[in-house]
Design a protein. Sequence first.
Length: 81
Amino acid sequence: MNKDTVKGSIDDAAGRAKRQIGEWTGDTQTQAEGAGQQIKGKAEKAVGHVKDAVNDMQNNANHETREEKREEQYEHTHSRP
């Protein structure tokens, strides 16, 4: 989990609370602000998830490259002339 995901979760929860308070008090401005903050939080979480996915793909590609190099080195050192 990265900082975008964490920040998004916080904004989403705060927005949800603000929107709910606006509903309870009949304050449409607070409702709208809360809904906007929720949308912002959901977008931040989505960005965080995309960054995590890209990071995972890079890590997997790096791991596969290291494994291929090890296999090549093993084959080279254990091959007979």
